[in-house]
Design a protein around this ligand. Structure first.
Ligand SMILES: Cc1cc2nc3c(=O)[nH]c(=O)nc-3n(C[C@H](O)[C@H](O)[C@H](O)COP(=O)(O)OP(=O)(O)OC[C@H]3O[C@@H](n4cnc5c(N)ncnc54)[C@H](O)[C@@H]3O)c2cc1C
Length: 418
């Protein structure tokens, strides 16, 4: 006998949990299946990485009634972005004031986002049911929905949903079980993340520096009081440093002083002297796009549909736009009394997301590859590009609005319409 739901979400990380919360009040009966216990300390979605949320993502969380809890937990506004190319003259600056907004984006630690989403899920009504820790297997697509098996609290259960949403990250077990085909590209690079304390306050400036091994970003990121380096206040930065795969181990093995010296050499003096660095973690980088992210009774969202290089800080922002658009389509389906897994509704969603996917994939890939090269035509081209963008306000404005997540047709949540 299976338990029946309208919607099954596999993956209760940043994107899956956000979708369940965006559908509060829809009347839909939702099951969220998450493999890793939230308090295990190993939850992969809610680790120490700093997430640069775009202005559009801030509006989505605000419309969902979650932004004030994030602000209370600590967010750091990005008021200026400075982009430069190490060893070359090209540079570009963006400012929130030019766009007439308080911030171009906000830096929030993934662990903080996790706390807020998990609390909101715990406070939501019984129509959202959380199975955690639990793993789904034997996924079967049927004409009227999807059936799967679940191991939870020592019991095997069968769940049936009219629609299955896979939000289970870059190594999606749903794609694996149901045969998903990805377009993928490896950059031969890894990202090292760490929190760094500087001598001077960051002043809301984010630095993106392109180097011959890959991009390096330093994001303003005040720590919440409950974290170990909470006392550093506005002197704390989050580092995302891209290095070549073969150089990763060497960077991880450096002692703190040698690591900071190398970082300072790559970055120059723009952020002032860097005094200390916290634990380092690394992530392999690549581009992966699922060719068919919408199928019969099945939608892939977030990293399960697209994994990006973090150079432009777009991965979660793109995933949150998936959430806002899918929630809108499903709300509309419910309002019209339709079946939420019906293919015309899912095709509407697929069509809506197509341009955003192509735009973000192309721009992120160009940045990741174009700026990692030392070939003369590429160096000249990208420096002319940076200079032109800096000198031509309309061009800069287009790029800034894309980075702020304000290009293309906006969802109701992103427009603040709730
Ligand atoms: C170094 C780095 C920096 C980044 N910086 C930014 C940034 O500044 N801005 C930005 O927008 N994005 C950024 N990103 C991207 C962002 O982290 C991801 O896009 C985001 O985490 C994707 O969330 P997700 O919920 O789709 O996937 P995940 O975070 O991978 O979550 C997947 C969830 O599914 C669960 N799961 C997996 N398999 C199963 C299963 N079989 N059954 C049940 N549950 C399962 C996992 O436990 C996990 O909770 C960065 C990424 C990296 C690596």
């Amino acid at each position: 006998m299976s338990q029946r739901y309208d919607l099954l979400i596999i993956g209760g990380g940043m994107v899956g949990a956000s979708l369940a919360l965006a559908l509060r009040g829809s009347g839909l009966r939702i099951a969220v299946i998450e493999a890793v216990a939230q308090d295990s300390g190993t939850q992969p979605s809610y680790d120490a990485r700093a997430i640069a949320l775009s202005h559009g993502s801030q509006r989505i969380f605000d419309s969902m009634g979650l932004w004030s809890a994030m602000v209370a937990a600590t967010v750091s506004p990005i008021r200026h972005i400075q982009v430069s190319d190490r060893g070359h003259i090209g540079a570009m600056r963006m400012a929130a004031a030019e766009e007439g907004v308080e911030a171009l984006g906000y830096v929030v630690e993934a662990a903080v986002i996790g706390r807020v989403l998990n609390q909101a899920l715990a406070d939501s009504d019984e129509r959202i049911e959380m199975f955690c820790p639990a793993r789904a297997s034997a996924i079967e697509v049927l004409p009227d929905g999807v059936r799967l098996q679940l191991e939870h609290q020592g019991q095997t259960r069968q769940l049936h949903g009219a629609l299955l949403v896979a939000a289970d990250g870059g190594r999606s077990c749903v794609a694996e079980q149901l045969g998903g085909q990805y377009f993928s590209r490896s950059y031969g690079q890894c990202a090292i993340i760490a929190n760094v304390i500087g001598e001077r306050e960051h002043g809301g400036i984010a630095y993106e520096r392109f180097t011959d091994s890959g991009p390096l970003a330093l994001l303003p990121n005040r720590a919440p009081a409950w974290m170990a380096d909470g006392a550093a206040g506005e002197r704390r930065w989050s580092l995302v440093w891209t290095v070549r795969e073969q150089e990763l181990e060497e960077h991880l093995q450096l002692d703190d002083a040698a690591f900071l010296a190398r970082l300072q050499q790559r970055l120059g003096r723009r952020a002032g002297p860097l005094l200390s660095v916290g634990p380092r973690r690394s992530y392999p980088l690549g581009l992966r796009f699922l060719r068919d992210h919408v199928r019969e009774r099945l939608v892939f969202i977030g990293n399960a549909a697209h994994t990006l290089h973090p150079v432009a800080g777009q991965g979660f922002n793109l995933g949150l736009r998936d959430v806002a658009c899918l929630a809108e389509v499903l709300h509309q389906q419910v309002a019209e009394g339709g079946d939420v897994g019906e293919s015309t509704a899912l095709q509407r969603y697929e069509k809506w997301r197509r341009n955003d996917y192509l735009r973000v994939m192309a721009s992120t890939d160009t940045l990741a590859r174009g700026f990692a090269s030392n070939l003369l035509p590429l160096v000249v081209g990208r420096n002319l590009g940076l200079l032109a963008t800096d000198l031509l306000p309309p061009l800069r404005r287009v790029l800034t609005r894309q980075m702020m997540g304000l290009s293309g047709r906006q969802s109701r949540l992103a427009r603040g319409a709730g």
